[in-house]
Design a protein around this ligand. Structure first.
Ligand SMILES: [Zn+2]
Ligand SMILES: [Zn+2]
Length: 169
């Protein structure tokens, strides 16, 4: 059995980061609206628990989470928006797009304009400033679609398959 040690280390680090953030949110309660603070705590606890399950999956030799759909499905029915990337100086970089989750204040996925044919990039760019929801194609479907709340045309603009192990962990 070959373990994905790189991914295990990265996930442990991520989990630690969320744990530290959770402690911060709990302690600095005063800075947030109380309900908002509680909501964020629950979201962070969810992420930490999910990472627990993911680490067990990896330690059994399971496959790595795939960029895109596996992340979208973690934000199923959440409110997402598209944002531009920034360089170290804080300059806007329009060739990098982020999907940002407003529901859990977290980056969902990033998309680079690598080539002219990068259709994901263009499809997401078309909905800049719009409200996007990741929605499954049907109940228990293994396909997740990005849908736009602001557009009538091209409402469902990007669909992709979730890893087959994803719902089992
Ligand atoms: Zn979210
Ligand atoms: Zn749109």
């Amino acid at each position: 059995m070959v373990l994905d040690n790189e991914e295990i280390k990265l996930s442990e680090k991520l989990q630690k980061m969320y744990q530290e953030f959770l402690i911060y949110v709990e302690q600095e309660n005063v800075e947030f609206d109380r309900n908002e603070s509680k909501k964020l705590e629950l979201k962070l606890e969810e992420k930490i628990q999910w990472l627990n399950r993911y680490l067990i999956h990896l330690e059994k030799g399971g496959k790595r989470i795939q960029a895109g759909p596996d992340y979208w499905v973690q934000h199923e029915n959440h409110k997402l928006i598209v944002e531009y990337g920034e360089d170290e100086q804080g300059n806007i970089k329009k060739d990098i797009l982020f999907l940002w989750c407003e529901t859990c204040s977290d980056i969902v996925s990033s998309h680079t304009k690598k080539s002219y044919e990068n259709q994901d990039f263009e499809k997401i760019n078309n909905h800049f400033g719009h409200e996007i929801n990741p929605v499954r194609k049907g109940q228990n479907s293994k396909t997740i679609c990005l849908t736009c709340n602001n557009c009538q045309k091209n409402k469902v603009f990007l669909c992709s398959d979730i890893s087959d192990w994803f719902d089992e962990i």
